[in-house]
Design a protein around this ligand. Structure first.
Ligand code: NDP
Length: 310
């Protein structure tokens, strides 16, 4: 297999999914005289968050979704943020609400996630959606794990019975990923910072999902030959330019790409792997929210697109 065939291109998969979703936003406009709509709230000016929000807004616009950004100062009070969300919850022209994480330390993320109306919770983090996911029946599945599953279901003909190992147990990635893989009949192991001898687990993985936030932590020694590796990590590192004149920012994943590429069957790159799929899945969830909020039959069509979640 050539190197190029070993790389799972998230940009191509994202385009494929968006091509399926875009006609449904147009159909929504035709039926309800407005586009599906997404409001993203960003608190403060975290540079990484700014890039993510900009990409979300742009992708929405390109795919027939009305998008709006609410930018709040980093010292905004928790109460003021809650007021903004309450207004959006009541606005019937707003289908999806997303509060970009992380939030400043003085604001409780848990409290904010709980305030968002579950039927507009396009991130899928509200306890109602999160709980339903673990019951195997959620309206909104968190975008990053959903995007990973989309690529896995296209890459692996029969995912049933595969050994899937996840490194990282966060609520936004590791845990929902485990639930989705379990629903797909994989045997799932979750590892974390207290796991003893992680390699012992990862070396048994047919599918290895990594979401730790430690640059290039996973090298070839963690990999079972022939495994499919999904690198969720996004780490921004500063390196000197060759002339040492300035600092350059590079983005790397949690996996040592070049080394692991030699052992794995397939691997997602960073950037250009999971990132674009996360945004495409946000568009999917927003259009779904729009139809749900209109109690429209088209929801069945969207669920058809989601054949890969079962
Ligand atoms: P969190 O910090 O919330 O969670 C990290 C997880 O990694 C924790 O469960 C932690 O364990 C575990 N961990 C930390 N150190 C180790 C270690 N040495 N060995 C094993 N496990 C360890 O991070 P997120 O889940 O939010 O994000 C993880 C990465 O994914 C980040 O780089 C983030 O930027 C990226 N990300 C990318 C997205 C995308 O669209 N591509 C979307 C979301 C995140 P413990 O629970 O024990 O502390």
């Amino acid at each position: 297999m050539t190197i190029i065939n070993k790389i799972i291109d998230g940009k191509i998969y994202a385009e494929k999914l968006l091509k399926e979703i875009s006609p449904l936003s147009k159909e929504f406009l035709k039926n309800f005289n407005r586009e599906p709509s997404l409001t993203v709230i960003q608190v403060g000016d975290n540079p990484a968050s700014k890039i993510y929000v900009k990409n979300k807004i742009l992708t929405a616009k390109k795919n027939g979704i009305k998008s709006k950004e609410i930018l709040l100062a980093s010292d905004v009070s928790e109460d003021e943020l809650i007021q903004h969300i309450s207004i959006l919850n009541k606005d019937e022209n707003v289908d999806g609400i997303l509060v970009q994480l992380p939030l400043p330390k003085h604001i409780s993320e848990k409290k904010i996630i709980n305030i968002i109306d579950p039927s507009k919770d396009v991130d899928g983090f509200h306890p109602t959606n999160f709980g339903n996911l673990f019951m195997g029946d959620s309206k909104f599945i968190p975008c990053t794990p959903l995007g990973c599953l989309y690529m896995l279901k296209h890459e692996i003909k029969d995912i049933k019975g595969k050994n899937a190992v996840i490194v990282g147990r966060s609520n936004i990635v590791g845990k929902p990923m485990a639930s989705l893989l379990l629903s797909s009949d994989c045997s799932v192991t979750i590892t974390h910072s207290r796991t003893k001898n992680i390699q012992e687990h990862t070396r048994k993985a047919d599918i290895l999902i990594v979401a730790v936030g430690i640059p290039e932590m996973i090298d070839e020694k963690f990999i079972k030959p022939g495994a499919i590796v999904i690198d969720i990590g996004i780490n921004r590192l500063e390196t000197k330019t060759t002339d040492n004149a300035s600092n350059k920012k590079v983005i790397v994943g949690d996996v040592k790409f070049e080394k692991v590429l030699k052992v794995a069957k397939k691997i997602t790159p960073v950037p250009g792997g999971v990132g674009p799929m996360t945004i495409a899945c946000l568009m999917h969830n927003t259009v779904k929210a729009a139809y749900i909020n209109k109690k429209n039959d088209f929801i069945n069509v969207l669920e058809g697109i989601l054949w890969w979640t079962g």
